[in-house]
Design a binder for this molecule. Structure first.
Ligand SMILES: Cc1ncc(COP(=O)(O)O)c(C=O)c1O
Length: 347
C-alpha cells in the first residue's frame, strides 16, 4: 500500500500506536475515549475550573470531560448549516473554545480563530466524528487548531479509542507519557465477530454493508427495546470508563485508512441516492473532497419520519437521532438541533 503504511508501525515504543502517520508534527496521546482526550486538552489549555465555550449542538456526554476538570460550560448557538451562529466579537470570554467537525465534515474555523485572537482562548478542534477526514487543502481534521480531539473508534473498527493531538506543541507544557494498554473495554467479546462480518459485507459492496449494519442495529433495538442505548443519567458528570486504552488499540488502526475513507464515501453516495425523492434533506449540500463521513446525516420533520424510515427500511437501513443534547440546552433547543438523524456506517 502506498501512503500511510506506517499506521501499524509503532513510533513510540513497541506495540503502541499513535497518530504520527496522520499528524507527524503533533505530540499525541491515546485513551479509552475521546472524552479523556478532552480532559487533557482542557488541562493543557489552562481551562481547569474556568469557562469553556461549547456549541449548544453537542452530545451531552462531552460535558463529563468538563466536569472532570471542573470547567464551566458556556454555550454558543449553532446555525442550521452547523457553523457558528453568533458574531465572534460578541461571544463571552472563556479559556478555551470548542469547534466541532460535525459528522467528519470540516468546520469553518475562521470565526473561532478570530474569537481566540480577541480573547486569548485556546481553540480545541473536536474531530470525534472524522478521524480520517481532511479539509479541502488535505489537512487532517483535528490538526487545524492548537489542540485536536479524536474518537477513532467511531471511524475504524476498534472497540475503544480516543486520541489527543497537540498541534502547537511549543504553546503547551509537554504531554504526560503514554498510558498503558490496560483498559477494559465493555463489549469486547462480540467485537471480533462484528469485525469478521464487516470484512465479509465490505467485500460484497455498499448495499450489503449497509444491510448488515442495519440488521445488527435492529437486533440491538430488539434486545434493548430502544433506538439508542439508554442515556446514562450520570453521563454529563462522569466518564464511564477509566482513561487507559484497551489492549486492542495496541495493534494500531485495523484498516487501511485510504480504503476506509473510500468505503465511507461510497456508503454516503449510496444513501444520498436512496433518499432522493423522499422528504429527507441532507445536512450537507455536497461531500467535499477529503471528507470521511461518519454517516449520512439528514434532516426530517417529525411528520415525514415514517415515510423516510420506510424508504431506508427497503434497503435494510434505519437512522438514529443525533445528539442527546445537554440538559441545559434541551429545553430551549430550536427545531434545527432536534431534527437531525444519521444513517450510521460504523458497527
Ligand atoms: C462531537 C463529539 N465530541 C466528543 C465525543 C466524545 O467521544 P467519546 O465517546 O469517544 O468519548 C462525542 C461522542 O460521544 C461527540 O459526538
Amino acid at each position: 500500500m502506498d501512503g500511510p503504511a506506517s499506521v501499524y508501525a509503532p513510533a513510540r515504543g513497541p506495540g503502541s500506536w499513535n497518530f504520527d502517520w496522520l499528524l507527524p508534527e503533533a505530540a499525541t496521546r491515546v485513551y479509552s475515549l475521546g472524552r479523556w482526550a478532552f480532559v487533557d486538552a482542557l488541562r493543557l489549555a489552562g481551562a481547569s475550573g474556568r469557562r469553556v465555550l461549547l456549541p449548544e449542538f453537542i452530545c451531552r456526554e462531552v460535558l463529563a470531560a468538563l466536569a472532570e476538570v471542573e470547567a464551566k460550560p458556556v454555550y454558543y448557538p449553532v446555525s442550521p448549516g452547523l457553523g457558528l451562529a453568533a458574531d465572534p466579537g460578541a461571544l463571552p470570554e472563556a479559556k478555551a473554545v470548542v469547534a466541532v467537525d460535525y459528522f467528519g465534515f470540516p468546520q469553518n474555523l475562521a470565526p473561532f480563530e478570530e474569537y481566540c485572537r480577541r480573547t486569548g482562548a485556546v481553540l480545541i478542534e473536536d474531530n470525534a466524528h472524522g478521524a480520517l477526514s481532511r479539509d479541502g487543502s488535505g489537512v487532517p481534521l483535528g490538526g487545524r487548531a492548537p489542540l485536536g480531539v479524536f474518537s477513532p473508534r467511531k471511524t475504524v473498527s476498534i472497540p475503544d479509542g480516543g486520541a489527543l493531538a497537540v498541534n502547537a506543541a511549543n504553546r503547551f507544557p509537554p504531554l504526560p507519557g503514554p498510558l498503558p494498554f490496560t483498559g477494559r473495554t465493555p463489549g469486547l467479546a462480540s467485537f471480533g465477530k462484528r469485525r469478521a462480518l464487516r470484512t465479509i459485507a465490505t467485500g460484497l459492496g455498499p448495499r450489503w454493508t449497509l444491510r448488515v449494519i442495519g440488521l445488527l442495529r435492529a437486533l440491538r433495538r430488539l434486545k434493548d427495546g430502544r433506538e439508542l442505548p439508554a442515556p446514562d443519567p450520570d453521563g454529563e458528570r462522569r466518564i464511564p470508563i477509566p482513561p487507559e486504552p484497551g489492549p486492542a488499540q495496541r495493534h494500531g488502526f485495523p484498516q487501511d485508512p485510504d480504503s476506509e475513507v473510500r468505503r465511507r464515501r461510497s456508503l454516503y453516495a449510496f444513501c444520498a441516492e436512496r433518499l432522493v425523492g423522499t422528504a429527507a434533506r441532507p445536512v450537507f449540500k455536497e461531500l467535499p473532497e477529503g471528507t470521511s463521513p461518519y454517516g449520512f446525516p439528514f434532516r426530517a420533520a417529525p411528520e415525514d419520519l415514517a415515510s423516510i424510515e420506510a424508504a431506508l427500511a427497503a434497503e435494510g437501513l434505519f437512522s438514529l437521532p443525533w445528539p442527546d443534547l445537554p440538559n441545559e440546552v434541551s429545553p430551549r433547543a430550536p427545531a434545527h438541533y432536534r431534527n437531525i438523524r444519521l444513517v450510521h456506517f460504523q458497527w
